[in-house]
Design a protein around this ligand. Sequence first.
Ligand SMILES: [Zn+2]
Length: 100
Amino acid sequence: MNRYCPFCKGEMEPGKTTFTSETDSGIVVVREVPAMVCTLCGADWIADSVADQLEKIVSSAKQKRIMVEITNWQYPLTTGEGKSFMKDQRESAGSSHISA
Ligand SMILES: [Zn+2]
């Protein structure tokens, strides 16, 4: 099942993107986030379930008032196309918290 990009009508494929969010106290970066990526223009789309989890990561960083949170996505997908991402989990054990 392919989805098509609303911008350029290109085909979208499962891929990864980097999510960035600024908070009051700093910035949150989550790498290796599963997303649908347009093969033509590179636009990326994050599933609702993934966006919900990103929201939790951001609010947790806000509560701890972390200035810079850089982490790798390390949650199983619930969207069905995420099996191949599981093998990366061993590499994402180290999430770094830098608070100065
Ligand atoms: Zn596109």
